[in-house]
Design a binder for this molecule. Structure first.
Ligand code: OOG
Ligand code: MG
Length: 260
């Protein structure tokens, strides 16, 4: 394997993000890139964002449902970070300028009231939740053709590019999270249907999986964090002027419009 320079790899991905220009995936030059090294690159990427004045607001899980795994050809859940500058208000505009090949997907978001640590059960993890809401995630791989292998997408922060949280925060016990119907409309036309059951059988399992992944490196999730559970459906490419709305049974709607 070529010698690994984690800093250089993180700097390259940071530049690709800033310039809105795709780069060659890391596994082309490092075919055996270990997952632990890919997460190290992601951590250094986060440092670059923080140095540039951004702040850490939460985490995202990715590839937690079969539709997503099938679309991307990667079959293992991953996590990434969410930063303050990624957030777009509900009903707000998604700037397409500076993005490479953005896609959008419906998400369920958790807002944590207590620290999530160790290896919690589903009930213990849900007990740490302040509220749950409808969300949208904008993903934008920094790799050419939106193609990657597991270590590539981990290093590239799970393709994170933006997120929108719906207005209403519900108590996790107030809705049956295990099987919520999901509808995604683009320009008023139904485009995708799904169920929250596709997310590891219950979106709360994204929290237990995230806790376990963070615990591997001795970390936890602080109170106040936002967590995206991972999309239950495939992602939709974004086009100029497109208006996207996702509706979740029991959680309400969330929407955003792309710049023209
Ligand atoms: C990887 C990100 C996956 C999800 O919700 O599954 C993700 C990708 O599809 O580029 O965010
Ligand atoms: Mg996602």
């Amino acid at each position: 394997m070529n010698k690994l320079d984690h800093y250089a790899l993180a700097a390259g991905l940071f530049r690709a993000h800033k310039d809105g220009k795709a780069v060659t995936r890391l596994t082309k030059t490092h075919p055996e890139l270990p997952l632990a090294d890919a997460y190290r690159v992601q951590d250094l990427l986060l440092e670059r964002h923080l140095e540039a004045g951004d702040r850490l607001v939460g985490r995202k899980m990715g590839l937690t449902s079969r539709p997503k795994m099938q679309q991307m050809g990667v079959h293992e859940p991953i996590h990434g970070f969410l930063s303050g500058s990624m957030q777009i208000p509900d009903g707000g505009e998604i700037p397409l300028r500076g993005r490479i090949h953005p896609r959008i997907e419906p998400e369920i978001a958790f807002v944590m009231r207590r620290e999530l640590r160790g290896r919690p059960s589903l009930a213990e993890a849900l007990d740490c939740v302040e509220g749950v809401c409808a969300a949208l995630e904008i993903i934008d791989s920094r790799y050419e053709n939106f193609e990657f292998q597991l270590p590539d997408v981990v290093a590239d922060n799970g393709s994170s590019s933006g997120f929108v949280l719906g207005g209403k925060l519900r108590k996790p016990g107030a809705v049956d999270l295990a099987n919520l119907g999901i509808l995604v409309e683009v320009n008023g036309q139904p485009r995708l249907f799904g169920s929250s059951a596709a997310i590891l059988g219950h979106p709360g399992r994204s929290l237990t999986a995230l806790a376990a992944l963070l615990d591997e490196s001795g970390r936890s999730l602080p109170p106040g964090s936002v967590v995206l559970a991972g999309a239950a459906t495939a992602a939709i490419p974004l086009e100029a002027g497109a208006w996207v709305r996702a509706s979740f049974q029991g959680l309400g709607t969330v929407e955003a419009r792309c710049s023209g």
